[in-house]
Write a protein that binds this ligand. Structure first.
Ligand code: PEP
Ligand code: MG
Length: 595
């Protein structure tokens, strides 16, 4: 996706995933081990170097044990056993003795010696016939990276603490665990080589209000650190060494953005309601309890999706019941009487406990994720359910289950919830006896059995991010097929309509909490298809409300009725754009630049 202009104004293009403009120096970050330095030692320095190696091995072992304990607590002993192989590498005397020999014999530093020896072992392992031994290469690579990180004083994840001024991060990819840890005072925005609109790093960028562009192929080869650049999250551009003309153009665009934001402030205290008087509550998606301030500031009418998995990532132990209770209680009581939909743990897919545990499955999005993982770990799941129930005594809390594929899962989850209620009753702890439970509709099979799910649910929330990925068989992380990820695909519209029909028949309300709900162009279509509520990242809420207050429900219904007869996703999208642009032209002025 990269394209170049002249050297003084190089323009790289990607997928815009989070609006806004940032200007500053680039900071190129690569997770993989980079250059391993080599230096020579004096004879008398060798003992201290061996000590340094020993300390790094001990620290790595401790780190692996921590990760293993965390994985055991959340995912079970079997999953955690993969780290046994990592620990064995650290106990391999033949390997370690050779490293010590190289340090003594060649009088070189420990990282260089470790790297040399590990490379030699990995090359040898990669050549053997035995598949089991060949697979040990990955374990050795991981352990080597950790040992080198300790020796070279580098954190294993993205560490920005040494930076003096905020930067535009340029990386191959940022995992959700990297992104959620970003120090906002140090980051102006980010650009990645891979990813798409609905990868969780992109979703987090929108929540954090950080401009972001993904899918800029080969950006790591094109960009160095400390280059002055302009990042345009509206149009998906990274401009290196921007010329005065470009800076001027962007000055205008930022002015348009400021005047739009002023206009949007007018709707913050207003309800979501169409011109013909239909109420459409606009709620917010959040990732942590601290986001509650942003919910209040953006004028959301509650929380439509609390992604609780972020409480679990980047830490050695899963949060205990009291800690979770405190987080949920804080959100519920602050927003009371507004509703707060707490989604139970959705680990898996691209959300791992840390990037250290990533990629152990061949198809993680089709794998051990969300409700599947929770139902197999009932003790861990009960801790969360009890915490949610207790928080329901403090505000209007609802429970929502992710990745429901059929009735069995929903019934099992509800049964466990009932058991948790019984425990709380016995302990005399208060909770809302009428607490509502709902299913996320994000797997095509759930749509097909939505009538049955509706009989056991009090509400539905459509997770369009996954519904599109699973229905169209388009990996939501993969920038190469991002053009096939089409929210207006006729199949998607039919699935949404089938869901709202099943809900209507059972008297349930339906919301959309996937990223479609935060895209103004698509909002009239969703409402026309029978969706009652929308939930989006806080910075997007005012735009959605602004648009809803400028359309008529009968126009939206006509649009949807027409769209359901169409065969072409792009023709449907064009009509959606026309309607949204006519209703609220101001919203789209930041999407134009001429460079
Ligand atoms: C979705 O799939 O649309 C959704 C809201 O959940 P997540 O993005 O966390 O998978
Ligand atoms: Mg989902």
């Amino acid at each position: 996706m990269a394209a170049a202009g002249d050297q003084g104004n190089r323009v790289l293009r990607g997928i815009p995933v989070s609006p806004g403009v940032a200007r500053g120096k680039t900071y190129v970050w690569q997770r993989a081990e980079t250059e391993v330095p080599r230096w020579e030692l004096r004879e008398e320095e060798i003992p201290a170097e061996l000590d340094r190696l020993e300390r790094a091995l001990v620290a790595t072992r401790q780190q692996l044990l921590d990760v293993q304990r965390q994985v055991t607590e959340v995912m079970g002993a079997e999953e955690a056993s993969i780290f046994d192989a990592h620990l064995l590498v650290l106990e391999d005397r033949v390997l370690l003795d050779e490293v010590v020999r190289v340090i003594r014999r060649d009088r070189v530093n420990a990282e260089y010696a470790f790297h040399q020896v590990a490379q030699k072992y990995m090359a040898a392992l990669a050549r053997v016939e035995d598949e089991y031994l060949r697979e040990r290469v990955a374990d050795m690579r991981d352990v080597t990276a950790r040992v080198l990180s300790h020796l070279m004083g580098r954190a294993h994840g993205l560490d920005l603490s040494h930076l003096r001024e905020p930067v535009i991060i340029v990386a191959h990819d940022l995992t959700p665990s990297d992104t959620v840890q970003l120090d906002k005072t140090k980051v102006l925005g980010f650009v990645t080589e891979i990813g798409s609109q609905t990868s969780h790093a992109a979703i987090l960028a929108r929540s954090l209000g950080l401009p972001a562009v993904v899918g800029v192929g080969r950006v790591l080869q094109e960009v160095e650190s400390s280059v002055y650049a302009l990042l345009d999250g509206f149009n998906g551009l990274l401009v290196l060494n921007p010329s005065d003309q470009v800076l001027f153009e962007y000055g205008q665009l930022v002015r348009r953005q400021i005047s739009l934001e002023e206009k949007l402030r007018e709707v913050v205290d207003q309800p979501g309601v169409t011109l013909d008087g239909v109420r459409v509550p606009i709620l917010a998606n959040i990732e942590q309890a601290d986001d509650v301030e942003a919910v209040l500031a953006c004028g959301a009418e509650g929380v439509g999706l609390f992604r609780t998995e972020y409480l679990y990532i980047n830490r050695p132990h899963p949060p205990a019941e009291d800690e979770q209770y405190e987080a949920y209680r804080r959100v519920a009581s602050t927003l009371r009487p507004r509703p707060v939909i707490i989604r139970t743990l959705d680990l898996g897919g691209d959300k791992f406990l840390s990037h250290l545990v990533a990629q152990q499955e061949m198809n993680p999005f089709l794998g051990w994720r969300a409700i599947r993982l929770c139902l197999q770990q009932p003790e861990m799941f009960s801790v969360q359910l009890r915490a949610i129930l207790r928080a329901s005594a403090e505000g209007k809390v609802k429970v929502m289950y992710p990745m429901i594929s059929g009735l069995d899962e929903l019934c099992q989850a509800n049964e466990l919830l009932e058991r948790c209620k019984a425990q709380l009753r016995q302990q005399g702890l208060p909770f809302d006896e009428q607490i509502e439970t709902g299913a996320m509709i994000e797997i095509p099979s759930a749509v097909l059995v939505a009538d049955a799910l509706a009989r056991r649910s009090r509400f539905f929330s459509i997770g369009t991010n996954d519904l599109i990925q699973y229905s169209l068989a388009v990996d939501r992380m993969n920038e190469r097929i991002a053009h096939l990820y089409e929210p207006t695909h006729p199949a998607i519209l039919r699935l949404i309509r089938m869901t709202t029909r099943a809900a209507e028949a059972a008297g349930l309300r339906v919301s959309v909490c996937g990223e479609m709900a935060g895209e103004p162009v698509l909002v009239p279509l969703l409402l026309g298809l029978g969706v009652h509520e929308l939930s989006a990242a806080p910075p997007l809420v005012p735009r959605i409300k602004y648009l809803v207050r400028r359309i008529r429900m009968n126009e939206a219904r006509d649009l949807a009725e027409w769209a359901l007869t169409q065969e072409s996703a792009s023709a449907i999208l064009r009509r959606c754009e026309e309607l949204a642009h006519d209703a609220a032209p101001l919203l789209f002025e930041t999407r134009r630049v001429d460079i």
